[in-house]
Design a protein around this ligand. Sequence first.
Ligand code: ZN
Length: 440
Amino acid sequence: MRLRNLFLLLIAAMALLRSQAHAATTPTEARALAAARNDHTAYTLPAGELVKAKALTRTRHLVYWADTVWGLVTLWLLLELRIAARMEAWAVRISRRRWVQGPLFVLQFNLWMTLLLLPVAVFAQQTERSFGLSVQAWGSWLGDEGKSFALEVVLGGLGVLVLFWLIRRFPQSWWAWSAGTVMALSVLGVFATPYVIDPLFNRFEPLAKSNPALVAQLERVVAKGNGIQIPPERMFLMRASDKVTTLNAYVTGFGASKRVVVWDTSVAKGTPDEILLIFGHEMGHYVLGHIVRSLLFSFALILAGFWVGFHLFQWLLRRFGARWGVARQEDWGSLVVMILVLSVLGFAVSPIASAYSRSNEHAADVYGQEVVHGIVRDPQATGRAAFAVLGETSLDDPTPAPFYEFWTDSHPPIWLRAAFAARYDPWAEGEAPKYFSKQP
Ligand SMILES: [Zn+2]
């Protein structure tokens, strides 16, 4: 693929994204947001809980930085201490066949990374346990880690064979081909995850089985929603209470695998109205096409990232390749250089990805509030209460540091969502709702 074509593709993807961008902020929405920003009273915690929430936030930030920095240092050390070169030499000694060497290299690499980052992972899980957010026993936790490890080795082993085949076949443009491959695989991945990956880690059952009354209510919300259809078979209950005490609901999958999942903890701790509102938010992701849009958005980021990454990667090989014992791009050891480069780039774009996600989440909040209008008695009070319950059960900090919101947070802060929900009511202000302008 020519570079010029690639940039045309990138521009086309961006244009598509723009055309699908959210409808402009409505006056009611803007007013509610402005007022909400000055209101820290919609979500608060009692003094004792507040101390815990602050401590939890501090510890989580520590984990975030330990994971990020130590992750990068580990990759660097694998190169600097020539461990990557030795892993390659060992794989090549075992077999002359490339399709054996690649997965063997991935296996060793994953072992090193998992073992070196295990202390951070254990500390993170210990934190969740000590704050009462996780109730997962260590044996079960280790089992999950083992499954993730096996998945990474199997999928990574296959992926690396495709990648290195592309490198040998297209020495100058493999980055574009592999970006295309990653895109195709992510669509497949999003489609297959609910079938293949999710059931490995959690138990799912039809929501109608245990909560038929709730499903009937949810169907009323669905019937209101812009002609969308979410049949009861697409509504699942996840046994989250096996592992956590926090609440959640989400939309996942693609096409025929698309579904809504409600955690059993949400059903246990939320009122029916609150669940309808949370569901309305999830349905918003569905109706507003957030899964497809997020895929398109990540495609644009991946394409740009792989292009920048390719040049950075080439430069690193020229500059340090001899010292690391990774001289050529088709050496298996260069995989570690690629992952180092992609990790640095991924870190650098996290504010962009977070901001994008937050804008989707806010849109879904608006949608959720509108779709339950006329079904839930008081959507504003219910919205505020729902976010308060979400915040209390997750020990969310009511006054979080703006830096982390900007850098890592995929959702607007809970205090702002609660304060916005408490105010947002286009009907009361005689204005057309944002996403239901055609309905009274
Ligand atoms: Zn959401």
